[in-house]
Design a protein around this ligand. Sequence first.
Ligand SMILES: Nc1nc2c(ncn2[C@@H]2O[C@H](COP(=O)(O)OP(=O)(O)OP(=O)(O)O)[C@@H](O)[C@H]2O)c(=O)[nH]1
Length: 196
Amino acid sequence: LILLVMLVGDSGVGKTCLLVHFKDGAFLAGSFISTVGIDFRVNAHTFPFKVRICCRIWDTAGQERFRSVTHAYYRDANALLLLYDVTNKASFNNIRAWLTEIHEYAQQDVVVMLLGNKAESSHNRVVKREEGEKLAKEFGVPFMETSAKSGLNVELAFTAVAKELKHRTMKEPAEPKFQLKEYVDKEMRTAGCCHS
Ligand SMILES: Nc1nc2c(ncn2[C@@H]2O[C@H](COP(=O)(O)OP(=O)(O)OP(=O)(O)O)[C@@H](O)[C@H]2O)c(=O)[nH]1
């Protein structure tokens, strides 16, 4: 069984960098090369550490002109990591539009998680953490801030989604239902990484 996780959000919010960090543990510095259409990055073997499922992660293009390509893939996605950039207000304001699209094109039970990326760049920050939290609450999705540069919550974001998908797939009635939001909150409290 292959589960499909897609990274979506405006161009330049850091989707490719987040994935590269997760995969290679390194920040992709230097020039910004925009993703063209759908880009396959990671295959099944990225999750052997804690979660034994196969996850394929797709990095999508944020640019408007590739949107129709992305739409076509939404319906196959099991989970969507929706990113905005905390140093770019427009990318945050566009989250509502992204969520509307997701509701329109994705599967009804798709797992969505909102990520405020570039959280380490405190000098350029224009979106407060509380704003992200509020928006996520409004739409009933889990939220965390991440940084592909410092590595903040990168592994947690992917692991939490993978765990949720695993629990859904296993459907073991004896086990209590996995609560993605509670898991994320707990992990962040434990790590003490809530404040950036
Ligand atoms: N400071 C900081 N910069 C970041 C971070 N993540 C990405 N960047 C920078 O943001 C720019 C865009 O990153 P990408 O990962 O290519 O963005 P993308 O969302 O994949 O863009 P598209 O492919 O066009 O959709 C690059 O110049 C990165 O170096 C981060 O966490 N912190």
